[in-house]
Design a protein around this ligand. Structure first.
Ligand code: BGC
Length: 729
């Protein structure tokens, strides 16, 4: 890349929070045939050439394991070049120079670096001659009109400020980390208009956009210089209908804008928010709700999956699962997009990954993030709990670090692209090789810290685990949970190793020892719902049918309620169905009371919540802490709806062959799923017709269709089946 020849530049002795803008003026006397701008920074930037924004990438250069990998964008700017030119690159803190959230107890070592840019512009003239323009000591820098900006601090802009340019300082800063752009760019995706504007009981002016989303506000205003527009965001209103922001914790989710004279428009340039409501805290006289809108941001991905049912509440849940993906696939897979977190939690990433592959084409998105997982892996083999890592942060432990195996395997299954598993093979080998170095029991994963079945509901009142607050932990045995995930990752390594033609005999022997040790140690202690689910899902149960029956009975006995947390929930409905308890799976899905997927829908949710009772039946909150209304872990249920309720599964990697085995339920009149695979569109729909069920299946590949226990092997085509129900169903 040409950019390697350029120098990093900064503002001399910059001390304020004001975001700097780097400028280069240059002229092109001859006609230009091509012009490519390569640029990156240690924060987030936008580049403006002759008054026009370069490219559509919001929050470029995205978030990567920066010390090792910093993406460089290359933009075709030929259309923007004139005879005399001004190129401005404004560089805000972004993720690179972020302030870590206080709860992490860590400091970002790069927090106090100066804002730096590096860029190279290659101009190719019509006569074939090239000219190269690099960031160097000839550039100028000024404070910009953005006076404060950060991922967790919102943005302040003062349009009355004037620029005062001075020479830049050339910095000695590494360039070996520079890599070409790998991920899909984050773009503005859609605009959402106000749905309602009202005064809260407290007298606040609030605008409701009807959708919890990730992005920012954008407005047009005609103002006097110095007039202010201050806007706060919120995901929900409190019980009394007042604006509620406590669940953002230390994140300041606000925009403060000082107007210049006249007509103007603005949207934050270097940050984003997670919200549904805006509160107008201050505005120029006469400002109206229709002058403001919201802009949805996420990584560029093509939609691949659609679900539709006869139940409006279920359809809302499907929409919520989709919006939780949109809101959390913003350059990296995040846990949530709003509070002082927005980190790439590896556990959440793997939990939701299968659902994600049904809803969107996530190949490019994960190709980049998995490269960061590789880069972030500790030399001992552990994979951090968040990627990109927060320096000096902890290993992920079971289920979080296992993302290194689970995600690539899922991507291979969905897309059939061997490079996902080939690229990650060594990483997963190193992760499973690390486990015996810390485990207290040979062939099991015990005695190590883990988040366990995070947020499970089954802890008795007097249960006080040593390391984590009571309210966040379930009652499943950590050693059992960790060992089950260990077995699964070793199993994935074996499967991948075979595909890659490796000798996996040692892993096979290891797997046999783990499975045996698991059965011997935990076989008689599969007590909680999650313990049973994991043993079933990872094929570690001695008598799976009896265990599944016991699981079904346990769920029934506690009022048909799930008690599972982040680890058990994604597999729960799958395992119930696999062992003949589809009716209970459906009961859990359709449950409108806490804890159930339709409970939050009944409370008006438009995204999936972190806690089943984020808002309790009486309108109070679960808590101010850890209370995200856009958390996709439980949106993983979408993979059950696509893969089991509609029954669309790959029978060969990448859906080269399909298995279509729907599981209808009479409590729902109809359900249909459409999935665009790399081999074409699959559709599976069922509908109750009075005395039977009508199935419609389209498959672009040979398929095995399983209906009412009958297996049919078919070629590609459209198939319609009728199933007559026994009287009384
Ligand atoms: C996140 C989770 C994450 C967890 C670790 C939380 O703060 O939001 O979703 O996996 O920490 O247990």
């Amino acid at each position: 890349m040409l950019i390697q020849k350029a120098s990093w530049i900064a503002m001399n002795g910059a001390a304020s929070t004001v975001v700097p803008v780097f400028r280069k003026c240059f002229s092109c006397a001859r006609p230009v045939r091509a012009a490519v701008l390569e640029v990156t920074c240690d924060g987030v930037y936008d580049a403006v050439l002759n008054g026009q924004r370069v490219g559509d990438f919001i929050l470029a250069p995205g978030w990567t394991e920066y010390r090792k990998r910093l993406q460089v964008q290359a933009y075709d700017v030929a259309a923007l070049i004139g005879e005399s030119n001004t190129l401005d690159i404004t560089v805000a803190n972004g993720w690179y120079r972020r302030t870590n959230a206080p709860w992490t107890g860590t400091q970002n070592p790069d927090e106090f670096l100066p804002a730096m840019a590096i860029a190279a512009l290659r101009l190719t003239y019509a006569d074939g001659e090239d000219e190269v323009l690099l960031t160097d000591g000839s550039w100028q820098v000024s404070e910009s009109q953005v006076t404060l900006s950060g991922i967790f601090i919102g943005e302040d802009a003062d349009m009355t400020r004037t620029f005062s340019f001075e020479p830049v300082q050339v910095c000695d800063f590494p360039k070996d980390c520079l890599i070409p752009q790998e991920g899909p760019e984050v773009h503005e995706q859609e605009t959402v208009l106000p749905r309602n504007s009202f005064r809260t009981p407290r007298g606040e002016w609030v605008i409701d956009f009807g959708q919890n989303l990730t992005g920012y506000m954008a407005f047009d205003v005609d103002a006097r210089a110095g007039e202010k527009l201050s806007i706060s965001t919120a995901e929900v209103l409190d019980r009394d209908g007042n604006f509620y922001t406590a669940n953002y914790r230390s994140a300041r989710s606000q925009l403060h804008y000082i107007c210049r004279e006249g007509k103007q428009s603005y949207r934050p340039r270097f940050t984003f928010f997670g919200f549904r409501y805006l509160r107008i805290d201050e505005a120029p006289e006469g400002f109206r709700a229709d002058q403001i809108r919201t802009v949805v941001l996420h990584s560029e991905m093509t939609r691949t999956g659609w679900l539709e049912s006869s139940d409006p509440m279920l359809n809302q849940l499907f929409s919520n699962c989709l919006w939780s993906q949109k809101g959390n696939y913003l350059d990296i897979p995040t846990d949530c997009p709003q509070r002082d977190e927005r980190y790439g939690w590896t556990g959440d990433g793997q939990i939701f990954c299968r659902a994600a592959t049904y809803q969107y084409d996530v190949r490019q998105f994960f190709r980049k993030w998995l490269a960061d997982v590789r880069a972030a892996q500790h030399e001992n083999g552990w994979v951090p709990e968040v990627v990109p890592s927060l320096t000096a942060y902890k290993p992920g432990g079971a289920a979080w670090s296992d993302a290194a195996a689970i995600i690539p395997w899922q991507l291979y299954e969905t897309y059939g692209d061997i490079s996902f598993i080939a690229d990650m093979y060594e990483t997963m080998e190193r992760w499973i090789a690390y486990i015996p170095t810390v485990s207290t029991t040979p062939d099991l994963f015990t005695g190590c810290w883990t988040y366990g079945d995070w947020l499970a509901l089954d802890a008795p009142e007097d249960y006080h685990p040593a390391t984590i607050e009571l309210s966040k932990r379930g009652y499943s045995n950590d050693d059992l949970v960790c060992s089950a995930f260990y077995a699964n990752s070793v199993n994935i390594v074996i499967r991948i190793g075979r595909i890659l033609g490796k000798d996996v005999s040692e892993y096979e022997a290891l797997y046999r020892r783990i499975a045996e040790a698991f059965r011997a140690r935990f076989g008689g202690q599969l007590n909680t719902q999650t313990e049973k689910v994991l043993a079933l899902h990872f094929n570690l149960a001695d008598e799976p049918q009896a265990l599944a029956d016991a699981l079904a009975e346990q769920i029934r006995a506690c009022g048909t309620k799930l008690q599972t947390g982040l680890l058990g929930t994604p597999y729960l409905l799958h395992e119930l169905c696999r062992y003949g308890h589809a009716d209970i799976a459906w009961s859990l899905l359709l449950r409108k009371e806490y804890p159930g997927w339709l409970y939050s829908v009944s409370k008006g949710a438009t995204t999936v919540w972190e806690h089943w009772d984020g808002i309790k039946p009486d309108g109070t909150f679960w808590d101010d802490d850890m209370n995200s209304y856009n958390h996709y872990a439980y949106a993983s249920v979408a993979d059950w709806v696509f893969g089991v309720a509609c029954g669309i599964q790959p029978a060969a990697p990448g859906f080269a062959r399909a298995r279509i085995a729907p599981h209808p339920d009479p409590r729902l009149n109809s359900l249909s799923a459409v999935l665009d695979t790399v081999h074409g569109r699959i559709r599976s729909a069922w509908k109750y017709t009075g005395d039977g069920i009508r199935y419609e299946i389209d498959t672009p590949v040979p398929a095995e269709i399983v209906i009412g226990g009958t297996v049919r092997r078919v070629e590609k085509g459209r198939y319609i089946f009728g199933e007559t129900l026994p009287a009384g169903v």
